[in-house]
Design a protein. Structure first.
Length: 543
């Protein structure tokens, strides 16, 4: 084995976004592109010698090539050991758990999450730190700075590791352990939820459909739902991870998981439907006849947390990303616990979780999780719902409606305008930002603007400040309009418009969501000129 130091030239576009570096596959296929980025990560870390690194990905196209490169670069940079999921696979929450469980220095997670895969699809690389969570901005900024000046990378000249075989291998002097991607994660779930109660639920004829969307959660869902919990075979569909997700878009929302939604609204609906995304950290929850918004799901899980054994003693606090509806705030208020509003992206929850200030976190983009790992966790959310259903012995619909009747209802929708011309999108956001100071105190549609700003977050644990995290216009009655630019898209710009309206417990709880929000949708258009300036008649995706 020889360690090689290879000369390279920097790329200017390796800036990590909301969740790692995401680009089209051909961008990653450029000579030295992967090597430069991984070396830039390692150059930004301290104390690599003698430590363990976790590597795994969601199995999308190019995963196999990048895993082998990452192993060889890790070996040349002095890691003592790499833990890699069999076949190079690990879900994002699975990787987070493995990092924590085996006290690794960190992990390289290969995924572009909910973005489509395949030779012309997207690929992504993300670094997670020793708490199992996404690297904070201090590290991603350092990686980007390094990537702009890098002039060489280190790699061992060693054969590829046979990732099909569980057990101990070597790459250069470094130990490579190929591990079962599911086993440790499944054990962790068993410590959090009442598996006996869940087995009894399925034994009693409870019917569920879980759509793994041909992505990474398939093996996890087969092993846990059908294996450990005795759900009938066929409960999990699209359960084999495919490099191109079967040509689909592995985003579990009402657009891309429409067949599941239709099934749950149809005449032969099962009791419960769920799905997860490309890398297994998102979840979709649908009951017979009712879709549960991710914001409501967060509030419901928090309100019912003590029904699951892992949370029996109560929760310390809740955190939600800024665009997520304030449904969870009502629960925190009632429980008398801390509530935090953070910028979009899971990396902002890490400090609060580490400090023990919050137990449950969530995002409107179908992300829910807890202090059991440091990523959002799709299957965890599904198991949490099953645990709640098993204990309460009510339908999803009854549970949701009871919740609204107690806390009121936060009508909520997100409108995405994808692949918009970046210059138009940026100008639009800049112009709206300029208008904000003048909006406060003004009346629209019978509501008064109580605040209008570009969200800035001061982390209460380490004091770091993250500015320009999205425009929010809040009204005195609890309604909100939020607009921000996506940090995960790979082509042009994606504008996300978030709309929320609060109805008290004795208000109108049964309206159609889009109609309930129509006045706010129109007001957002009046204030931003979004449709007019982008030339779009309607959003590409409505969630
Ligand atoms: C989106 C979501 C955000 C989520 C992020 C990563 O980011 O809005 O809530 O944390 O994706 O999720 P953005 O910047 O495009 O709005 V995943 O499942 O793609 O890792
Ligand atoms: Co994801």
């Amino acid at each position: 084995m020889t360690m090689q130091q290879i000369k390279t030239t920097p790329f200017s576009d390796q800036k990590p976004g909301t969740s790692g570096l995401r680009k089209r596959v051909p961008v990653f296929q450029q000579a030295n592109y992967i090597e430069n980025f991984i070396q830039s990560i390692f150059d930004s870390l301290e104390g690599i010698a003698g430590r363990t690194l976790v590597i795994g990905g969601d199995g999308r196209f190019y995963n196999d090539v990048v895993v082998q490169k990452a192993i060889k670069i890790a070996a040349a940079n002095g890691f003592a050991r790499v833990l890699v999921g069999q076949g190079g696979l690990l879900s994002t929450p699975g990787a987070s758990h493995i990092i924590r469980h085996y006290k690794a220095l960190g992990g390289i997670v290969l995924s572009a999450s909910h973005n489509p895969g395949g030779p012309d699809g997207d690929f992504g690389i993300k670094y997670n730190i020793d708490n199992g969570g996404p690297a904070p901005e201090r590290i991603t900024d350092a990686v980007f700075a390094r990537s702009k000046v890098i002039d060489s990378y280190k790699i061992v000249d060693a054969p590829d590791v046979d990732l099909g075989k569980l057990g101990t291998h070597k790459s250069g002097d470094m130990i490579v352990e190929v591990i079962d991607p599911v086993a440790d994660y499944a054990d962790l779930m068993e410590t959090l939820f009442d598996f006996d109660a869940l087995r009894a639920l399925f034994a009693g004829g409870f019917r569920m459909q879980f759509d793994a969307m041909s992505a990474i959660t398939g093996p996890y869902a087969h092993a846990i739902l059908e294996g450990k919990l005795g759900a009938p075979k066929g409960t999990v569909i699209n359960g084999t991870p495919l490099p191109d997700f079967g040509g689909g878009h592995p985003d579990p929302n009402l657009v891309y998981a429409k067949p599941l939604f239709d099934l749950l609204m149809g005449p032969d609906a099962p009791d419960f439907g769920a799905a997860s995304d490309g890398d297994g950290d998102r979840n979709l929850i649908i009951g017979r006849n009712i879709f549960v918004t991710p914001s409501d799901s967060l509030a419901l899980i928090a309100a019912n947390a003590t029904l699951a054994p892992g949370y029996r003693n109560g929760i310390a606090g809740i955190a939600r990303s800024m665009p997520t509806s304030a449904a969870a705030d009502k629960v925190a208020e009632k429980l008398g616990i801390e509530m935090h509003e953070t910028p979009t992206g899971w990396k902002f929850f890490g400090n609060l979780l580490d400090a023990g200030r919050v137990t449950i976190c969530g995002e409107e983009s179908s992300g829910t999780g807890s202090n059991h790992v440091r990523e959002k966790d799709g299957l965890w959310a599904v198991l949490f719902w099953l645990n709640i259903l098993a204990v309460r012995k009510q339908s999803v619909e009854a549970i949701v409606k009871e919740h609204w009747a107690t806390y009121g209802r936060n009508y909520y929708t997100r409108h995405d305008y994808e692949e918009v011309d970046a210059a138009i999108a940026n100008a639009l956001v800049d112009d709206l930002r300029a208008k904000l100071p003048g909006l406060v105190g003004q009346g629209f549609e019978g509501m008064t603007v109580s605040y209008a700003d570009d969200f800035s977050y001061s982390d209460p644990v380490d004091g770091s400040v993250s500015g320009k995290q999205g425009i929010r216009i809040g009204f005195s009655n609890g309604s909100r309009i939020v607009l921000r630019l996506s940090g995960t898209g790979t082509v042009g710009a994606t504008l996300r418009l978030y709309l929320e309206r609060y109805e008290t417990a004795n208000g109108h709880l049964d309206l159609d969501t889009q109609s309930a929000l129509e006045p706010l949708i129109q007001l957002a258009e009046r204030l931003s000129g979004l449709r007019q300036r982008t030339g779009r008649a309607a959003p590409n995706v409505i969630t």
